[in-house]
Design a protein around this ligand. Sequence first.
Ligand SMILES: [Zn+2]
Length: 317
Amino acid sequence: MAAGENRGHGGNSGYDDQVDAYYSWDSNVPNHKSLAVGDPIALWDKERLLGVSVIEAIDTAHGLKLLNRCPRCNTSRISERKRSQPRYRCMRCHAEFEDPRTEVVEVLEYKARYDAAWTSLDGILDGDEMRSLAVHTGDFNAMRSLDWVAFREALMAKDARSAVDRVTARIDLAWAANSSVPIEIPQGFTHALVRIRRGQQQFRDQLLAAQGSMCALTGGAPARVLEAGHLYSYAQLGTHFKHGGLMLRRDIHRLFDDGSLAVHPSTLRIDVAPGLAKYPQYARLQDERLTVRLHDEQVDWLDKHWQEHRVDAQPSD
Ligand SMILES: [Zn+2]
């Protein structure tokens, strides 16, 4: 997915994106129905790779969109030029013009959220490398299919194994928790079949009921800033799934996911990675006890998390 200035929206009025958290598009763009919850994604700005993640949720809504069209052939595939005059050029018939024909159209708006697994890989692959990894080289769309196997190999070759592992784990998790169900789409639009994370809401409700309005690491917090954090990084579901989570404050969740925060499985005290030492609000968590009581399954999961982020990282420990 192309983000930022170079996303190329000569034909429309821009999108609400935040590169490390969510991406918006609408039913007017090519491939608009191709993305689903659980899909791995890579974002780039057409000059370099920005990062990778896995889609957690896709929201849809009715919307209106201002479309700019070529006054000669009517396509919306026009590019806005920053330096040349006239300002617009048609990518189909090559007409150049100052004022596009404008039109307001009804669209279905999509917004994909993927902040939990976001891993910045700023610039480890350049634009040409990214282009060569597309399923169809020569694809010019803002959203295009990536050859995931080749892409993963390219990341491994740049020592980005942990990013690959993290994303792979999230894919497994999302797929395991998903099933194909039709998303409720506002009237007047065809139904799209999109996998949604069924059970995620239930999982959160269950944890909230068991744990109260508490972040397991930092204590009481409003429910709206609490997330159901999965304690495992590799999908190992089954009977353990029910207790395979903890409610965590949103920022704590992110730091736990990347191992900046971990919990020692035998003392159940928090361990803060050196990278967080300069932030007093996180540094003070060192050696603190959890604020909730845990099931054995949860301790097992914390153990696995610890093995992955502490023991493997410090073989002498
Ligand atoms: Zn044209």
